[in-house]
Design a protein around this ligand. Structure first.
Ligand code: ADP
Ligand code: ASP
Ligand code: MG
Length: 407
């Protein structure tokens, strides 16, 4: 008998028929002789609709109330899934995040799991139940409802798998696994049999939303091996695990695309210690997450500093920087949106050279201009005009030999 955690995402529970499909799959898993914990997301589109509703009643809804609202999406699905399973003649019980013992910090809308006490999950399993847990939500130590950031049901599943020492953790979604690039962008992308935590983490944090990046970080930290696979068929998926020796032979494992980026340039910043610190401390104080940072060589005692961030954060960043510019004696702040980031990722980059050259050449053949570049040990990323991003992803995909062979 194995202890199995299965997570079903929004599309997989998107309507009553799909919830019944999940119920049948879960029952079949139990009937094979396993104990099953099921983590479910809100039905597809529900979280977005709730956010929209909140904005219709208030321009700046309190984050505490946002969490109370958003948690209802997953709460609907746990009840419906348990009802579906019970209706098909098996035994299921639903638990909210708090009832499942997920205790978080107090950072509303992006809370971190502080600890997990799965007593109720285990006792319901012992009594022969299929246990259905609401993804994406927890409770702070002072009893407030919290949520774990968009895509947070992945984190719920991985954290529960770690806490109950599950034998298997399966993330069921609407694609067959993790692909070399989002198959909706590059149709000839290939499903990967396996990928290392580090590669999955880089891809997830650079736009491949097939997994929430924080959930991958958690899995790496606690050594939770998991599989990403489809809820619509029985094909084997992609195993995400600690890297093995032979993984380094593949130079580029995958390509990610991140849209909705913006670039801010602070022009003619006096070239003296403390100016960059002032700019970025101010931004950090507002909680804005900065991505790439580029500082030009100094020319006549001043320099330009550019950085990228999510387009949604641009107004906040501009407001925060308005005072700083005068304070540090810079000339101006300018901003552009309509840009996107393309990242190529692979642990093989540690031991192979020429990745950047190959990427730049592929883009240049397509006449695509590179606006900014950044590299890390296992990633090379470029900022491009957003309208050309799909084309750029396809060009890079082909250049790195990732295209599926025609059947
Ligand atoms: P769920 O609701 O099941 O959590 P998500 O929408 O969060 O599903 O994630 C699945 C989607 O991720 C896919 O439909 C696909 O478009 C997208 N995606 C982005 N990058 C990749 C990738 N490299 N491999 C597979 N899917 C990807
Ligand atoms: N329902 C939440 C979201 O849409 C969490 C999740 O689906 O994982 O982000
Ligand atoms: Mg998801």
């Amino acid at each position: 008998m194995a202890l199995i955690v299965q997570k079903y995402g929004g599309t997989s529970v998107g309507n009553p028929e799909r919830i019944l499909n999940v119920a049948r799959r879960v029952i079949a898993t139990q009937q094979e002789g396993n104990q099953v914990v099921v983590v479910v997301s809100a039905m597809s589109g529900v979280t977005d609709s709730l956010i929209k509703l909140a904005r219709e009643v208030s321009a700046h809804p309190a984050e505490r109330e946002m969490d109370v609202l958003l948690a209802t999406g997953e709460q609907t699905t746990i009840a419906l899934t348990a009802m579906a399973i019970n209706g098909l003649g098996s035994k299921a019980i639903s638990l909210t995040g708090a009832q499942a013992g997920i205790i978080t910090d107090q950072v509303h809308t992006k809370a971190k799991i502080a600890h997990l006490t799965p007593g109720q999950v285990l006792s319901h399993l012992e009594q022969g139940n299929i246990v259905i847990v609401a993804g994406f939500q927890g409770e702070s130590s002072d009893g407030r409802i919290t949520t774990l950031g968009r895509g947070g049901s992945d984190l719920t599943a991985i954290a529960i798998a770690a806490a109950i020492k599950a034998d298997v953790c399966q993330i069921y979604t609407d694609v067959d696994g993790v692909y070399t690039c989002d198959p909706r962008i590059v149709p000839c992308a290939q499903k990967l049999e396996e990928i290392s935590y580090d590669e999955m983490l880089e891809m997830a944090s650079s736009g491949s939303k097939v997994m929430q990046s924080r959930s991958v970080e958690f899995a790496k930290k606690f050594g939770v091996l998991f599989e990403v696979r489809s809820s619509f068929n029985h094909n084997p998926g992609t195993i995400v695990k600690e890297e093995t020796m032979n993984m380094e032979n593949v130079v580029v494992r995958g390509i990610s695309v991140e849209r909705n980026q913006a670039k801010v340039t602070v022009a003619n910043v006096p070239d003296r210690p403390g100016t960059a610190a002032k700019i970025f401390t101010t931004l950090a104080g507002t909680g804005i997450i900065i991505d790439m940072i580029v500082q030009n060589v100094s020319n006549a005692g001043s320099t330009d500093i550019s950085f990228t961030l999510s387009k949604d954060e641009l107004p906040k960043a501009q407001a925060a920087l308005a005072h700083v510019v005068t304070e540090i004696g810079a000339q101006s702040v300018s901003a552009t949106d309509g840009i996107a980031k393309l990242s190529v990722v692979g642990i093989g980059m540690r031991s192979h050279s020429g990745v950047a050259a190959k990427l730049f050449e592929a883009l240049s053949k397509g006449g695509i201009n590179i606006q900014m570049i950044s590299t890390s040990e296992i990633k090379t990323a470029v900022i491009l005009e957003e309208t050309r991003i799909n084309e750029a992803a396809q060009l890079a995909h082909t250049a790195f030999g990732l295209d599926a062979k025609p059947a």
